[in-house]
Design a protein around this ligand. Structure first.
Ligand code: PEP
Ligand code: MG
Length: 559
């Protein structure tokens, strides 16, 4: 009998193969007896040797890898050799701890430091713990944790994957990724998206009931992991998906439904590099340039000229197209030293995005000046649209729009606070466009932290409550002749894209790797079918039911 576990599907696709668990992390060492004073130097040497072996292995793997994988492996090897970390271990050993326990203490210290720095630094704590585990395993003579050797095909299961594990994943063997923890924006999800293999995160503790070598069927769009699936049906589903993958490979854009209803498909980028990559995809332009990501490590505010240079690099990748620049979305999980308050109890509900400019308008106007300066170098055909994050009231929308118009910029707002969706009719008249940020709109609608793995079932943009707010926004847009886009992760899900178009969305902006999948899917359905799918989704009792209902309709249209 088949049995399914539900997680959060973050990359669509299906796979059928034996499960392989990533080798477990070692048990954490306990303090143990004190090391005699005259044995402490050799204990430290034992640590150094173990660290050298681990670093050597990572470097060997780095030498065989290239691009991003090489960078990740080199960086992890660098952490193993980090002098500050060695010094902290030495200090702990000098205090009488054995090497294993000294490694734990030293790592905890660095983890705390990285966590208090927040942002990108906080995300690197996974790497630190990974380094700790590898060295402890080596000290104990245990197998190195992480990826096992895989013969044939496998679906990788893990609590969460470390960057050093995912950096060298070979997709001829690894057909899908499933993790117990993680969320839609976790490292595992990002890597899976890049590799374009099905991925499910936040599958929960039940995942542990699946042993290595159990054959499982994974559906990345539905977020289901099934044991005991009918082999013939599962293999058929994989074969059908291959046909779909071919259609995706052949899709050239621009995007429209089967009956010719055009939907602009754009790319989400963080900097000039990502924009250049996007320019190689079918993206018609950029639908979300997250400017704050360029300044996460800046200690002071870059000058207008410096900022203009940074923005210019993104504009250069799309010289004649639309580029939607989002003003600084600092705060919450993206702290920026020169912009964010550092003493907030609840930063996701705090002074983030446009709210920062309320007491510091010149920070915003300097950014707008820089955007206008960079935009003035663009061709006459190029459109430069600018939107504010976290707009909650029509007063904020009006204020932002005036600042943009004074500088000849096209003003818009993100709809990611439920209040903005509910007040769409009063917000729209001030603006030339809006773009729905489904990541935050979902978090705030469902009152569920978007980074919480336990709440991933709520932070799912298929939640009918979220879809209804999107519908409300689209009605406000249509009534006021204001185009409505979606630029959250929802726009990357081909099935959900049909629903969004059915709800009245005019453009979709997603990671450039997701664009062809979305475009190819839209080409197979009519606008009326999209509307029927949207209706089914908003009247479903919950997110999984909405997905299943829409999938069933789509299968019906195709049969
Ligand atoms: C969103 O909230 O959906 C969005 C696109 O913004 P970010 O993910 O950067 O918060
Ligand atoms: Mg957001």
């Amino acid at each position: 009998m088949s049995k399914s576990i539900n997680g959060t599907g973050v990359v669509a696709g299906v796979a059928y193969a034996p499960a392989v668990w990533v080798r477990p992390r070692p048990d954490m060492p306990q303090p143990g007896a004190s090391i005699a004073e005259d044995a402490r130097d050799s204990e430290f040497e034992r640590f150094q040797q173990a660290a050298e072996v681990v670093a050597g292995r990572l470097q060997e793997r780095a030498a065989e890898a290239d691009g991003h994988a090489k960078e990740v492996l080199d960086a992890t090897a660098g952490m193993v050799k980090d002098r500050g970390w060695h010094k902290a271990v030495k200090k702990n050993i000098a205090g009488g701890h054995n090497a294993e326990y000294a490694v734990v203490g030293a790592t905890d210290k660095f983890v705390a430091m990285f966590e208090s720095a927040g942002g990108v630094m906080a995300e690197r704590t996974t790497d630190l713990r990974d380094v700790r585990d590898r060295v402890i395993a080596e000290l104990r003579g245990e197998e190195e944790p992480g990826l096992p050797h895989i013969d044939g095909e496998a679906i990788l299961l893990a609590d969460d994957l470390a960057p050093a594990d995912t950096a060298t994943l070979d997709t001829t063997h690894v057909k899908a990724l499933v993790t117990e923890l993680g969320g839609p924006t976790s490292h595992t999800a990002i890597i899976a998206r890049q590799l374009d293999i099905p991925c499910i995160v936040a599958a929960g503790k039940s995942l542990r009931e699946i042993d290595s070598s159990t054959v499982i069927f994974v559906d990345g769009a539905l977020g289901t992991i099934t044991t005991g699936a009918d082999e013939t049906e599962a293999r058929q589903a994989v074969a059908d998906y291959k046909v779909r993958a071919e259609k995706i490979a052949q899709w050239t854009g621009p995007a429209h439904t089967k009956d010719g209803h055009a939907i602009q498909v754009l790319a989400n980028v963080a900097d000039g590099n990502a924009a250049r990559l996007a320019a190689q995809s079918q993206a018609e332009g950029i639908g979300l340039y997250r400017t704050e990501l360029s300044f996460l490590s800046a200690n002071s505010e870059p000058s207008v000229d410096e900022q203009a240079k940074v923005y210019g690099k993104v504009f250069d990748a799309f010289p004649d197209s639309k580029v939607v620049v989002r003003t600084l979305d600092a705060g919450s999980d993206k702290p920026i030293s020169y912009a964010t308050l550092d003493d907030e109890e609840n930063p996701a509900l705090g002074v983030r995005g446009l709210r920062i400019a309320r007491d510091n308008e010149s920070l915003l106007t300097r950014q707008l000046d820089a955007i206008a300066q960079a935009a003035s170098q663009r061709s006459d055909d190029a459109q430069t649209w600018v939107m504010a994050p976290m707009v909650a009231t029509s007063t904020e929308a009006q204020w932002f729009a005036e600042l943009c118009r004074e500088r000849g910029l096209v003003p818009g707002a993100m709809v990611e606070v439920p209040a903005a969706a509910l007040m769409a009719d009063t917000i729209m008249p001030h603006l030339d466009f809006v773009s729905i940020g489904t990541n935050d709109l979902t978090q705030y609608t469902m009152a569920a932290d978007r980074l919480s793995p336990q709440l991933a079932y709520l932070t799912d943009p298929w939640q009918p409550a979220v879809l209804r707010l999107i519908q409300h926004t689209c009605i406000g847009g249509a009534d006021n002749n204001v185009p409505v886009g979606v630029c959250g992760e929802a726009a990357a899900d081909p099935l959900l894209a049909c629903v969004l178009v059915g709800l009245g969305v005019n453009s979709l902006s997603a990671a450039s790797t997701a664009i062809a999948g979305v475009g190819a899917q839209l080409a197979e359905v009519t606008l009326e079918q999209c509307q029927e799918m949207a209706e089914a989704a908003i009247y479903s009792p919950g997110a999984p039911e909405a997905r299943t209902a829409v999938r069933a309709l789509l299968d019906g249209y195709n049969s």
